[in-house]
Design a protein around this ligand. Structure first.
Ligand SMILES: CC(C)(COP(=O)(O)OP(=O)(O)OC[C@H]1O[C@@H](n2cnc3c(N)ncnc32)[C@H](O)[C@@H]1OP(=O)(O)O)[C@@H](O)C(=O)NCCC(=O)NCCS
Length: 239
């Protein structure tokens, strides 16, 4: 006979599923072990041995890439959802030089920007060089918690052809394989549908929307938070 007051009789099946999912998650997280970023990392090595994808070559950005970068940095549609001011040529070149100074990942907020070059497409200021069609950021969110952030920009003439997915996928694989983060994340203006679609193509999940986090373009804007855990990335790769 069942005790009418036994709480088990009134258990909500959805709650039981939630509890099981939480237990699975805790077990998965515990199995991943404590944070262990392989730092310091010197990205200079990637200048000599760049990341290569089917169509692109990715190596640390250089100050001498400034002319190609300015070709997309100056466009209103590119900076629409980026925290970038409109820059004239001189300040654009200065900005690229600052970003090119990032080589060592060792502490929170350290960064490296990888220039995506397209072999066979001549650079805008030196036809002997391959053109930089976009750049891909790796930034340290937290050494203590083994979190890295990715970011990306591609010249509009080269969008809609899968180049950003190809480059960002290679960067994501590289950071998980070489730097050992527990989690990789991206923060987007929530209106940025192209960037959200890219996150999803990379296997990142939309984990949160931070309401009215920033005041841009004369109004409060939401921020979308995307993330992928090491074990989710490994499962997607079948490794
Ligand atoms: C975010 C951004 C990098 C995405 O670029 P993108 O070219 O749309 O991204 P992808 O490389 O993934 O290309 C996907 C598109 O190419 C198409 N495509 C064509 N060939 C493809 C291929 N071989 N593989 C994959 N996709 C291909 C896809 O169908 C998709 O088209 P759709 O947008 O019509 O659905 C770009 O919009 C950008 O630079 N924006 C400005 C800067 C910015 O906002 N950065 C993000 C800040 S958080």
């Amino acid at each position: 006979m069942t005790d009418a007051h036994d709480p088990a009789d009134h258990a909500d099946p959805a709650e039981a599923v939630d509890r099981a999912a939480a237990a699975d998650r805790a077990a998965g997280a515990a199995a991943d072990g404590p944070p262990a970023l392989r730092f310091p990392f010197d990205a200079t090595a990637l200048s000599a041995e760049p990341l290569r994808t089917e169509r692109l070559v990715l190596r640390p950005i250089e100050a001498s890439d400034a002319a190609d970068v300015y070709e997309y940095q100056r466009l209103p549609e590119v900076i629409r959802y980026l925290p970038w001011p409109e820059r004239d040529r001189a300040s654009g070149f200065e900005h690229t030089a600052k970003r090119a100074a990032g080589r060592i990942l060792a502490a929170d907020e350290d960064f490296v920007f990888l220039a995506a070059t397209l072999p066979g497409e001549p650079s805008t200021d030196d036809p002997a060089r391959d053109r930089v069609i976009g750049d891909f950021m790796v930034r340290v969110s937290s050494v203590q918690h083994a979190r890295l952030e990715l970011g990306w920009v591609l010249h509009p003439d080269f969008q809609g052809r899968g180049y950003a997915s190809e480059a960002a996928g290679a960067v994501l694989d590289f950071v998980f394989e070489s730097l050992n983060p527990h989690r990789v994340e991206a923060f987007l203006d929530a209106r940025n549908a192209a960037s959200a679609a890219l996150c999803e193509r990379l296997g990142m999940c939309r984990e949160a929307t931070l309401l009215e986090e920033e005041y841009n373009d004369g109004e409060w804007q939401d921020t979308a938070v995307y993330g992928v855990l090491r074990r989710e990335w490994a499962a997607a790769r079948g490794t």
